[in-house]
Design a protein around this ligand. Structure first.
Ligand code: NAD
Length: 458
């Protein structure tokens, strides 16, 4: 199934039915414009596929399927991560590329949307073999990548090490050309930006905090006067200690959980966290700094038994991993994988506030079901853009060879995210659409206007 297509079409319809939008369009042209926008947004500009021919350390030659999908360059060069995973496929990469187009449009970044994928389990390859796979990826997609064409970043299964290798290969294959901003998410020493690693987790929590603290405080009177169901949900959770459960304790989940733990604006109590092995629970709140320390010293994994918990003096019960989603908490922060809340478990969800750190953690059906019940979902497109926003700063810094301090990076990140929310939230609390739909409407409006101005809707 083509993810997002339904909601994109609904958002486009809402935009096109609003006669104040592109008022110069006559009724017939408006209908045509709607059709061409649906076609433009539902299909990527290019799907590049190849088999990377790699000689393994034992002498075997393998051919590894690899993709780069370039969805739209309406707003600038294609931008999006490269995923190394054994289940990655063309459809998934295309959907993620489309989401990048919409996310970059929502946050007013000068980038289009792209995504890459390599079908491997990186844990099954040696460092030397992974290095070779990264180099081959750049060689095979050499002509389509570059600072003004398509700028990859890390995604699941890749990180700064892979981006450093890829940028190195890009530099080798483009002698004399600008190369520092050909890839983002690199190590600091190799031209990466301070704050890039923490940016997504910090941005996820900032989005939630801004909405539930700053925006609510400043607009409380107006929100009390509306009959918007999501405003009601938000107000019911204002000014009280919020219990929170965090699914996924990797890069994103652990940073966001620490931000929530340390937040002085909202009083949070993180009662549960989970990873691919376990759920840890404590009704009085978990020691998040202690768990972060443990994971740093144990290859990213949470403690799985009482002995390990005792060793770090952490008070918690070890429970079934997937029971976390059904806990009676105020807030669920989803920071693991896609499609975690779906038809089979959507009725078990008790939280009234959900933050999507991961991309697409709620299926379309579950999303509608929860929204109808007044659950306020802060969608991925709004909440988890911190990574691509700081990637943009890395790209600018690489181009200018002038580097920002960590403080400057965070200030600019939060200013940017605040700007997006100040545009979206008044609209959201003023009409009946869920927040995801509002974000999509804003993105397609931006893309439609630019395509119209560039003469692409005829
Ligand atoms: P990560 O690999 O560092 O962490 C993933 C975490 O999820 C790990 O703790 C893992 O154990 C856990 N996990 C896996 N399966 C689970 C399950 N069934 N139940 C509970 N936990 C499970 O990845 P990350 O960088 O933190 O990214 C998490 C998600 O956020 C991904 O979907 C990614 O695409 C998305 N995302 C990340 C960034 C970023 O900058 N890191 C940016 C945008 C979106």
């Amino acid at each position: 199934m083509q993810k997002q297509q339904h909601i994109i079409e609904e958002s486009l319809k809402a935009v096109m039915e609003d006669e104040s939008f592109l008022p110069n369009l006559q009724a017939q042209t408006r209908e045509q414009a709607y059709k061409s926008l649906c076609a433009l947004l539902s299909t990527p500009n290019h799907i590049h596929k190849s088999f990377l021919r790699v000689t393994l350390e034992n002498g075997t030659i393998v051919r590894i399927p690899a993709f780069r999908v370039q969805h739209s360059d309406t707003l600038g060069p294609y931008k999006g991560g490269i995923r190394f995973h054994e289940t990655v496929n063309e459809e998934e990469v295309s959907n993620l590329a489309k989401l990048m187009t919409l996310k970059n449009a929502l946050h007013e970044l000068p980038f289009g949307g792209g995504k890459g994928g390599v079908i491997i389990n990186p844990k099954e390859y040696s460092i030397k073999e992974l290095n070779l796979i990264c180099k081959k990826y750049v060689q095979y997609f050499n002509d389509i990548l570059g600072p003004d064409k398509d700028i990859p970043a890390p995604d699941v299964g890749t990180g700064e090490r892979e981006m450093d290798w890829m940028m190195g290969e890009y530099k080798n294959t483009h002698p004399g050309k600008i190369y520092r901003n050909s890839f983002t998410g690199k190590s600091i020493v190799n031209g990466g930006s301070l704050g890039r690693r923490e940016a997504t987790g910090k941005g996820v929590y900032f989005t939630f905090r801004y909405m539930m603290h700053n925006y609510l405080n400043e607009n409380e009177k107006a929100l009390k006067e509306t009959d918007n169901i999501f405003a009601k949900t938000a107000l019911e959770h204002a000014d009280r200690k919020l219990t929170m459960a965090v699914q996924g304790f990797g890069n994103l989940g652990s940073v966001a959980a620490l931000e929530a733990y340390q937040c002085s604006h909202l009083q949070n109590k993180i009662v549960a966290v989970s990873d691919h092995n376990v759920m840890l629970y404590h009704e009085d709140g978990l020691d998040i700094p202690g768990l972060v320390k443990f994971t740093k010293e144990h290859d990213g994994d949470l403690p799985t038994n009482q002995e390990e918990l005792d060793e770090y003096d952490i008070k918690a019960e070890v429970k079934e991993r997937d029971d976390l989603l059904a806990l009676d908490v105020d807030v669920l922060l989803l920071a693991a994988l896609e499609d975690q809340i779906h038809k089979e478990n959507m009725e078990d969800i008790q939280a009234k506030l959900i933050i999507e750190g991961a991309n697409g953690p709620i299926t379309e059906e579950a999303d509608r079901y929860l929204a109808d019940k007044g659950v306020l979902i802060v969608p991925d497109i709004l909440a988890n853009a911190g990574g691509v926003i700081v990637s943009y700063y890395e790209w600018v810094q690489g181009r200018d060879t002038q580097f920002m301090t960590e403080e400057e990076v965070y200030k600019r990140l939060f200013d940017k995210m605040r700007g997006t929310m100040d545009t979206i939230l008044p609209q959201f609390f003023g009409d009946p659409f869920p927040l995801r739909q509002n974000c999509y409407i804003h993105s397609v409006m931006k893309l439609s206007t630019i395509m119209y101005r560039q003469g692409k809707l005829y």
